[in-house]
Ligand binder design. Structure first.
Ligand code: ATP
Length: 233
């Protein structure tokens, strides 16, 4: 059984129809990347899964149950956690306090100390305020806040945006370890190289619909797709 299956999912912002017949199947411990140009519908796909898009139709089956009509809270409590684009951490709270807020909001959280083992960079910054962290440190904190909530399915929206290459490498190592701990990951990315190194399967989205899916190994040899849909040549 797939961890997550989207069938015929359409999504709307008011009268604006942005996802058309989205299909996706994600297996246990997969790392799946959603690729596509700006505005293709990657974020909206993640928001459809978490229930935060205003209106969606179709079926979204998570571990055998259709969650497409569930509330945002119910979906989150079921184990699906999103790290949104733009690292929305609390700027005036310390690293530890940011983790505590996430920890307290969860009914079966992981131990905060475990997060400091996974992210040693945060261990050295426990008492630093969010606003004083570098972009890379904020991104680590953002991922740690989702992880402390013990996700079964972790969704990451453009995790490498604006990060220096050395930080991207650290993040890749952390995410590879996370998957070893039985977490399934779906991420959106503009950074094709990062995606090709980290993920196993890819979906290319264009104008709100999936136009190709397959393994990352297959995609690596498809310069035509990379050029046509991702402007990479
Ligand atoms: P990006 O990389 O730019 O975030 P994306 O592939 O994630 O791109 P989405 O953010 O899902 O794309 O946007 C899909 C479409 O929906 C775009 O046409 C966008 O303008 C529109 N859209 C996104 N958010 C809203 C909103 N809150 N209200 C109205 N339209 C929106």
């Amino acid at each position: 059984m797939s961890v997550l299956e989207l069938s015929d999912v359409d999504a709307y912002y008011g009268n604006s129809h942005v996802l058309f017949d989205m299909e996706m199947a994600v297996e246990e411990n997969d790392i799946v990347v959603l690729l596509g140009r700006n505005g293709a519908g990657k974020t909206t796909t993640l928001r459809s899964i978490t229930g935060t898009v205003p209106r969606r139709t179709g079926s979204i089956v998570y571990r055998g149950r259709d969650i497409s009509r569930d509330s945002v809270d119910r979906i989150s409590n079921a184990g699906i956690k999103l790290v949104p684009e733009g690292r929305r951490i609390f700027p005036t709270l310390t690293v530890t306090e940011n983790l505590q807020v996430a920890h307290n909001a969860c009914s079966n959280p992981r131990d905060i100390e475990e997060m400091f083992d996974i992210f040693p960079v945060l261990d050295d910054l426990r008492q630093s305020k969010g606003q004083n962290l570098s972009g890379g440190e904020q991104q680590m904190l953002s991922v740690a806040r989702a992880l402390v909530q013990n996700p079964d399915l972790l969704l990451l929206d453009e995790p490498t945006e604006g990060l220096a290459p050395v930080i991207v490498k650290d993040l890749m190592e952390v995410l590879s370890d996370v998957v070893e701990e039985d977490v399934t990951v779906i991420l959106t990315e503009q950074n094709v190289n990062f995606s090709l190194e980290l993920a196993e399967r890819a979906y290319i989205i264009e104008k709100g619909s999936p136009v190709w899916d397959g393994t990352v190994d297959e995609l690596r040899d498809r310069d035509d797709l990379l050029e046509e849909y991702l402007s990479v040549s």
